[in-house]
Design a binder for this molecule. Structure first.
Ligand SMILES: Cc1cc2nc3c(=O)[nH]c(=O)nc-3n(C[C@H](O)[C@H](O)[C@H](O)COP(=O)(O)OP(=O)(O)OC[C@H]3O[C@@H](n4cnc5c(N)ncnc54)[C@H](O)[C@@H]3O)c2cc1C
Ligand SMILES: *[C@@H]1O[C@H](CO)[C@@H](O)[C@H](O)[C@H]1NC(C)=O
Ligand SMILES: *[C@@H]1O[C@H](CO)[C@@H](O)[C@H](O)[C@H]1NC(C)=O
Ligand SMILES: *[C@@H]1O[C@H](CO)[C@@H](O)[C@H](O)[C@H]1NC(C)=O
Ligand SMILES: *[C@@H]1O[C@H](CO)[C@@H](O)[C@H](O)[C@H]1NC(C)=O
Length: 540
């Protein structure tokens, strides 16, 4: 008693060789990767939980490695044998594991890719051309709603669906203006801007962030107070992966009425779809901010002309108010649509999330489901429209879409609150002057480089066709619709000039402020990827 026994003193150095020995055995006698060995040694020493290592750190020869890797791959393009794979996947269950991961990957000379929900359209959260580890945040997913403050702390690994669900458990008259698709991760969505069907009423997701908790390149945990306003600004739309690892965000809950109204109206070319889309461009960005009318456009087989293709334009809408009010509003502003009360449905806000997601009003429990509903190959691009596209421009677009077949466009209207928020308030800059954002999507079902080249070329072709109709100097793009066609450097060590290409399209004038923050917080460019914010070179 009183004296410390010699045993604990010996145990640490004894356990390390033991772990390494076990790793040797489980590796079927293959020599362990030296990076893995050095990382595990460092990680065990820092977390002081060597017995947990096997559940947190996955080497390539771990039998669960492939299933852990695939669990959050959301695009079959990055699910092939030739896709680069991480040396290690770390799945932290505590914040200290994130700190250790940053420090140990730095010490082992290996890059980090940070993955929350894995929805990055170019797989940037789990694919790198440099040797790398994946820091996979899915275990850190708590949501703490504070109804007194009307706020919530949500960890990066939660999904947007889980966040919505937890809010609705506490209140039927609160919501949050974030992604449409519930499987999207909080980590990537919030740090990339983020939007959903309440965009015109409450702005982007980034506009509703109150605080953030982050691990910096030195392994320190910072919050808004300790990180300062410049870095906090950068984390609201500048893409977190350039600055550190986001652990959690504190968000502002917003008011929603107890009943909202949704509707879906579809028209094919034979039913004047072109006129409807043309008119929509004037109405949707200018109407009452309580109304969000998304326009989805797709080639479909013609219901009237056998064997021919047509275009179907579908308006999918949420109104933060009653059915009578929205029918009256659109009767005045958009009589061509002919919206009738029978076309609408009143429901709670959380039910509207489910309805938009799967076209049905099932139990909100589906929002807790993390399984993807499809695993196709896909490519996305984005644009901003500032003057209405003339009818002949639309007709040319329909022709090209029918040629491609497996393609679709989503037009998301801006205006409302989006026009009132200054372009420099957060890094997301697409505000007043924008009518709507376009998402181009091309999907295909069979793998192989031929199909990929074919379909990505089609996406580029569509994008090329749209040049005269969309924003210029810069041609704007939405960070969360990541597109590596616009400026790519596989090493992630982008120079300022390289970064400026995509940086200006994603962030406009805010790019330079992001570079300044980056230079201050991560001058060695440890946190980097194909489209990260470059630091300025150090003065000699
Ligand atoms: C089916 C689908 C539907 C979508 N719908 C919408 C929508 O309605 N609205 C919308 O705004 N966007 C939407 N998106 C885009 C989506 O918001 C972005 O892809 C977003 O980045 C995804 O976040 P994630 O955590 O799932 O992605 P991840 O792939 O995990 O991460 C995306 C990026 O953020 C970085 N990152 C992730 N977590 C952290 C962290 N904790 N700290 C620092 N950096 C981090 C990653 O390194 C990567 O660069 C959709 C995407 C898909 C595939
Ligand atoms: C990845 O590949 C596996 C095995 O073929 C498959 O089961 C899974 O659905 C694929 N996921 C995606 C997103 O392509
Ligand atoms: C959901 O929609 C499908 C068909 O669209 C229908 O068969 C099913 O009954 C619906 N479920 C509910 C709960 O409404
Ligand atoms: C290329 O794309 C076209 C549609 O644009 C499609 O019809 C064709 O099958 C594709 N070819 C391959 C090899 O995928
Ligand atoms: C980036 O790294 C590659 C490979 O190491 C190197 O060839 C290139 O010069 C680097 N670029 C910059 C801007 O440092």
């Amino acid at each position: 008693m009183g004296h410390s026994s010699p045993l604990p003193h010996l145990s640490i150095p004894l356990i390390f060789p033991l772990i390494l020995l076990l790793l040797h055995i489980s590796a079927s006698w293959a020599a362990p990767d030296p990076v893995y060995t050095s990382f595990v040694q460092c990680f065990s020493a820092r977390t002081k939980q060597p017995s947990l290592i096997s559940q947190i750190v996955y080497a390539q020869n771990n039998p669960s490695y492939t299933s852990v890797l695939r669990a959050y791959i959301r695009n079959a393009r990055f699910n092939t044998t030739s896709t680069p794979k991480p040396v290690i996947i770390v799945t932290p269950t505590q914040e200290s594991h994130v700190q250790a991961s940053v420090l140990c990957s730095k010490q082992s000379g290996i890059r980090i890719r940070i993955r929350s929900g894995g929805h990055d359209y170019e797989g940037v959260s789990y694919v790198s051309q440099e040797p790398y580890i994946i820091l996979d945040m899915f275990n850190l997913r708590s949501v703490a709603v504070d109804m007194k403050e009307q706020t919530a702390w949500v960890q990066a690994g939660a999904t947007i669906g889980e966040l919505y669900y937890r809010i609705s458990e506490k209140s039927k008259v609160h919501g949050f203006p974030s992604a449409v698709c519930p499987t999207v991760g909080v980590g990537g969505n919030l740090c990339g801007g983020g939007y959903g069907f309440m965009l015109r009423k409450y702005g982007t997701t980034a506009d509703n962030i109150l605080d953030a908790k982050m691990v910096d390149v030195n392994g320190r945990i910072l919050d808004r107070n300790s990180m300062g306003e410049d870095l906090f600004w950068a984390l609201r739309g500048g893409g977190g992966a350039s600055f550190g690892v986001i652990l959690a965000y504190k968000i502002n809950l917003v008011a929603v009425p107890p009943k909202v109204t949704v509707f879906r109206v579809e028209r094919t070319l034979e039913e004047s779809a072109t006129d409807i889309v043309y008119r929509w461009q004037h109405v949707a960005p200018n109407t009452d901010e309580n109304l969000f009318m998304r326009m989805l456009i797709q080639p479909v087989t013609s219901p009237v002309k056998k064997g021919e293709m047509t275009i179907r334009a579908s308006i999918v809408a949420l109104f933060l108010g009653t059915a009578d009010d929205v029918v009256a509003l659109l009767g005045k502003e958009f009589p061509e649509l002919g919206l009738k009360k029978e076309d609408t449905r009143e429901m709670s806000w959380i039910e509207s999330i489910v309805w938009v997601y799967n076209g049905n009003v099932t139990s909100p429990n589906v929002l807790l489901n993390r399984e993807p509903d499809s695993a196709t190959f896909g490519k996305r691009k984005s644009d901003y429209v500032q003057t209405p596209i003339p009818k002949d421009g639309l007709e040319g677009l329909w022709k090209r879409m029918i040629e491609i077949g497996e393609t679709g466009l989503a037009f998301n209207p801006y205006g409302g609150k989006m026009s009132q928020i200054p372009a420099s308030a957060v890094p997301f800059p697409h505000r007043a002057g924008n009518l709507f954002k376009i998402q181009y999507s091309v999907n295909w079902k069979d793998g192989g480089i031929e199909a990929e080249n074919n379909f990505t070329a089609q996406a580029k072709n569509l994008y090329g066709y749209m040049t005269p109709f969309v924003s210029k100097n810069p041609r704007s793009a939405f960070l969360n619709y990541r597109d590596l066609d616009i400026g790519i450097n596989h090493h992630g060590n982008n120079s300022y000039e390289e970064g400026k290409v995509y940086g200006t399209m994603y962030f406009h004038e805010n790019f330079d402020r992001l570079v300044k923050v980056k230079t201050e917080v991560d001058p060695e460019n440890f946190f980097r990827n194909e489209q990260s914010i470059p630091p300025l070179p150090r003065k000699a």
